[in-house]
Structure formats: C-alpha cells, structure tokens
Design a protein around this ligand. Sequence first.
Ligand code: 13P
Ligand code: SF4
Length: 333
Amino acid sequence: MNAITGSLRGLDLHAEIDRLRRERNAIILAHYYQAPELQDLADFIGDSLDLSRKAAATDAEVIAFCGVRFMAETAKILSPDKIVVLPDMDAGCSLEDSCPPDQFAAFRARHPDHIALTYINCSTEVKALSDIIVTSSSAETILSQIPKDQPIIFGPDKNLGGWLNRKFGRDMLLWPGVCIVHEAFSETELLKLRARHPGAPVLAHPECPPQILEHADHVGSTKAILDYALSSPSQTIIVATEPHIIHQMEKAAPGKTFIGAPGADGNCNCNMCPYMALNNVEKLYVALRDLQPRIEMDEELRLGAKKSLDRMLDMAGRTVGRGDVGRPVFAAA
Ligand code: 13P
Ligand code: SF4
C-alpha cells in the first residue's frame, strides 16, 4: 500500500469527489484513454479537440483534468483564470518528449519558408513556436484550408503527418516523433486476428504506423473511432488504439464485441498508455482536495501558445461536440 492509499483508507472516494466537485465548482474532464473508473467519474469525456473546446467554454472555477500534461496545459492556456489540476504531474507523452523546444526551434530556423502545423501532443513551448495546432480530429479540416503550394513542417507525430501527406497528396516535412502506444501494434498479429474475425472492420487512430493504417477500414480520432464503432452495422469490431476507449463502446453498445488490436506477443492489452495510467481515483481526490498539483505557466509563453491554439479553434470550429457521456455537470451525488 502506498502513502496516498494508506492515508485515504476508509473514505468513500466517489462520494468525496462528488462533494469536492460541488464545493469547488469544479468540472472533471477525462480523455477516453483513462481508466474506466475515472471515465465514469467525469462530467465530460472527449477527444483532444472536444476537451480543448470544453476547457475554453466551461463556467467552472476548477478544471480537474484526467488526461496527460499537454492536455491540462492546453486547458490552462485557454482558460487562464481557472485553477487546472492534473492528478499526476508526471503524466507526459512520448510525442512531447520526442520534440524538445530548442531542437524544434532550430528545425524551424532551417526552413524559414515553411509554416509549422503542429499536433497538440507537444509542450506549451513548442505550441508557442508553431503557427497552427491540430488534433487528430481537426487536422484534415485545417490542412484543407492551407494552400497546396504553402510549404509546411509537421510535428511531432510522423505517423499522423505521413497519413495526412498520403491522403491529401502533400509533402509536409515530418518531425520524427512517434506515440509508443500506437507503435506497438503488430501487423502480423492484426492480420491473424482479422482472419479469425472475417468481416470485422478495423478502426485505427492515425498515430498508428502505415503498416497498420493500410489495413484500416476507418482512420480517425478517438471520438471518430467511437462514433464509427457505434454506428457500424458490424457486431464485431477491431479497435487499433489505446484499449480504454473500449469502455465507452461497451457501455453504449453492450451487444457488440470490441477487440483491441494486438501487439507483437498477440496480447490485446499491451497497448495501454503508461502516462495516462499514472492518474487514478485516489490522486483525483487529492487533486480536488488540495487543488494540487496545479498547472502554472509564464504569461508570455501562454499568450504565444494561445495564438496557435486559437487558430486551431477558429479553423476547426469552436462548438463542443458530442462527448457528454458522463453525468450532467454538477449533478447531485
Ligand atoms: P485524440 O485527439 O484522438 O483523442 O488523441 C489523443 C491522443 O493522445 C492519442 O494518442
Ligand atoms: Fe501520448 Fe501515445 Fe499516450 Fe496519446 S497514447 S498520450 S500520444 S503516449
């Protein structure tokens, strides 16, 4: 038993979280890759774009962000007057780690005629060095608004950038970052799984490498994958993204079978995001109780990053999409 768990023994954490959420006028936002228990506690669950929109639009005074650090930082950039807490400040992202701001600045300097279209999975510093931010659900809409002859740097995800290049016939210069979770899917094992379930569509996140994406029947953000899975007439569906999203699929379509795409050992559970997994109910309770760990940032840096995020919200549209799969905000306990 760790120190936090020991000191919280005997508390009804779900009831305590509900009490604190009301007392603090807090909203709990969660990404689809969070553990089911956290998803079920959230007021709003969404993909990166909808979570950004919700963070920008909420009237709550506190945002408790069940996701990774770049997502909580995005909430703070867009809602600077709110207290933003992240249950575990070590919840990073391999894509962010792959793109140190000084190296990204040097890369940009070597290509002065290029604009920087940058995936939201990056640090606040890299956002401030970028022209336009995209998420996996807004990248296509935004790229289609940029003239074909405009040279573009795309970072940090080479798989998402490569997929956009192939789909739209572009030749964006790609930063060589990857998501360690999506990189772990195995083409050989996916083909074996597909042979065992003929007709089952493969739904894949664009962070997957090309050898996985080429077998996908549908490529899209977490929310797009969820929507496709629910509207598909197929009863069995193969899901090539972080498997915690299957929780929402099973809740919304309990009669269907959802199978996580396998890694090299043929196991379907080897693709859990180790960063997302750092958050848990105990840490969420402590974050709401202590209003720590809190996201703080330099105001000049925030304003720099906000420019590229605002461009994303303007080009993608600011309306919050269908992500309210949790309880109504501030519901009675
Ligand atoms: P989405 O924007 O599709 O939710 O993706 C976030 C993410 O980190 C995927 O790995
Ligand atoms: Fe980052 Fe990949 Fe985890 Fe998403 S799943 S937060 S891209 S490491």
